[in-house]
Structures are given as C-alpha cells and as structure tokens.
Design a protein. Structure first.
Ligand code: OGA
Ligand code: NI
Length: 338
C-alpha cells in the first residue's frame, strides 16, 4: 500500500525552520546558467599511441577535479534499472525503508528528518551500503523492492569495470606503471540520494560542501542538475547529461598524485521543480593499502607533499564515512559468518 504522499516530510508549502541554513551557508548563485566547462570526455576514443581522452582526463582533474565520461560502454538499461529501483525504494512507506535487521542486512537509510547537520536538516533522503566483495554483500542490501538486489548488483558490476578503465587511464596519464591500481582499488560503497523538490532552494542544501575520501567517485545523476563544484572561489553548476557519469578525484588520489590531481569541494543545491536521484559509488583503496605519493612523482624538485597512512587508519582517524563505516563493517563481518 502506498503511503499518502501528503504525509511526507517534503510535501510542504514553506521550508520548515529546522531546514533553513544560517545565511552564510545558503546558496547564492542559483540563477547562474548551468556551466558547461566541466569537460565531457568520450572515453571510447582511447587508442594506443596518442591518447586524447587520457590527456583530457588529466587536464580536467588538475583544473576542476571533476569530469564527465560518455561512451563508457555501460548499457542504458542497466543504469535506468538501477535508478528506477532506487526511486521505488525511496517511494516506499518510511517504515519499510527504515528496517535494518541487525546481522542480516547491512544498509543505512536516513530520512532527512533523522539527519541533522549542526542542527539543520539536509533536504534529502539517503541510502548507503557496502559493495565489496560484491557477491558477499548482495544479500545484505534492501530486499524491497524485490528487484533491488539484482538491479543494483548488475549496475555495480559495470561500475567496477568502468572504475578500472578510468583508473588505468589516470595511471597512464600520470606516468605510473601499467596496472598501478590493479587489485588495490575497490568499489566499496554505494550512496544514493533523493533530493525532492523544495519550496525555497535559496534557504536549503541537499549536501553540505565536502570532499570525497575516495580514490575516485563515480556519480550518476540522470538529467538532473544541482551538483555544484568550487572553482576559483566560486560555486559552478555541473551540467546534466543522462548518458554520462560524473567522475571526481577523491582525497586518496590527490595524495597518490602528490597534489597533481585535485580533490575539489562540492555540494548539492535543491530545486523547486523535479526530483534529483543520484547514485554515488566510492572507489576506495583496499583497507590495508599504504596511501602516499607515488614514488615516481616525487623528486628533488617536487618533494612529497603528504605523509603516508594506511587507508583504513585514515578512514578511522578522519571518521571519513561517519559512524556508518564501523556499523556496516561490523554487520558485514557478522553477516559473512552466517
Ligand atoms: C557524495 C556526493 C552528489 C550527489 O555522495 O559524496 O557528492 O549528487 N553526491 O548526490
Ligand atoms: Ni561527494
């Protein structure tokens, strides 16, 4: 049975007080045109020899920390299936979404009403779960809607391949050895967001400004806008292209590249019309990897700019994925034993 839509938290005429950010955090440039300067790169043109997409990825990662990829080889159906099953998940009555059965399921769902940052709610709902190793994780995800596990597993298999392709292109572009990231990068976490229409987007935020603690993040945003990236002290809007994935450089790749590639601050603003659904997949180093600038990017002229740390220690010290990481990892370990 469908919940009465009128009872959802976002079906309001005015923004409730506990969703209104202090003035200094409110978005100010919402009527700027959508920026088409974040490069859209056709990665099917990667050929041996002169490799334009590799150059374009490196330039975009230096300049913006963001780029979009098209002709990535992932079937539209796989992507649409994943996005639509997530929409169905968010459309379910809240009691069905909230259910987390300890030791049997490992996912975290937060409605905006549960999640407040500095006392102010974000204008979004969020679902997160682990994805690695994929086969061991599938059974721990939501089982409603019934297609959820199959549709998301099919999507993640493709994202795993795409992440290897992109990381290989980046390692080539940085002059690292072939296969530098092989067997050390994992699509560890899926984080999907629903940003419903908001009566006054100048007062609210979908996600606060942040950098990603990943190697790279691969985001599907369909044809919705709302993602903004900091460029030279200004927020710029990322254009929507439903055939593309948005890729951004996370903190770990910034370290490995010795600062050559940049992990850039980004946020999500809301809109009065249309619902934004995003699927972020965090491609992270394996937990035991030592993250430090790659040896051949460090020399007398360019000394190491970062200290080394083991990825899992970095995650713990920085509480990088919030309490979520610990809760999920515990559930996953216990789940594996059963
Ligand atoms: C994230 C993120 C953007 C979006 O999850 O880290 O930046 O559009 N998401 O949801
Ligand atoms: Ni992010």
């Amino acid at each position: 049975m469908k919940e009465d839509k009128n009872s959802t938290w976002f079906n309001v005429e005015y923004v409730p007080n506990d969703y209104i950010f202090p003035k200094e955090h409110r978005p100010q440039n919402l009527d700027l045109p959508v920026c088409d300067s974040i490069p859209v790169i056709d990665i099917s043109k990667a050929t041996n020899g002169h490799n334009q997409p590799v150059e374009d990825i490196i330039t975009a990662s230096q300049e913006f920390g963001f780029f979009q990829v098209i002709n990535h080889g992932i079937l539209e159906k796989t992507v649409i299936d994943a996005a639509s099953v997530l929409k169905e998940f968010f459309d379910m009555p809240s009691k069905d979404k909230k259910e987390i059965v300890p030791y049997k399921k490992a996912y975290v769902y937060t409605s905006s009403t549960d999640f407040a940052k500095d006392g102010v709610h974000l204008w979004r709902e969020n679902l997160k779960h682990p994805c690695h190793p994929l086969r061991e994780c599938i059974g721990l995800w939501p089982d409603k809607p019934t297609r959820y596990q199959d549709a998301i597993a099919a999507y993640l298999e493709e994202i795993q391949k795409l992440s290897c392709t992109i990381l290989e292109m980046i390692s080539e572009g940085l002059g690292l050895e072939t296969g530098y990231f092989n067997n050390t990068s994992e699509v560890q976490l899926l984080s999907s967001n629903l940003y419903p229409p908001c009566p006054n987007p100048t007062l609210t935020l979908g996600i606060l400004p942040h950098q990603d603690p990943s190697l790279i993040t691969i985001l599907y945003q369909g044809n919705s806008t709302g993602l903004q990236v900091m460029k030279d002290g200004q927020w710029i809007n990322v254009g929507a292209n439903s055939n593309a994935f948005v890729v951004n450089i996370g903190n770990q790749l910034e370290i490995i590249s010795n600062g050559k590639l940049r992990s850039i601050k980004h946020r999500v603003v809301t809109s009065t019309n249309g619902t934004r659904i995003s699927i972020a997949t965090f491609v992270n180093p394996s937990p035991d990897c030592i993250i430090e600038p790659a040896k051949n990017l460090v020399n007398e002229l360019e000394p190491s700019r970062y200290t080394a740390s083991r990825y899992k220690e970095y995650v713990d010290h920085n509480n990088a994925f919030g309490d979520y990481t610990v809760a999920i990892q515990n559930a996953l370990r216990t789940g594996n034993k059963n």
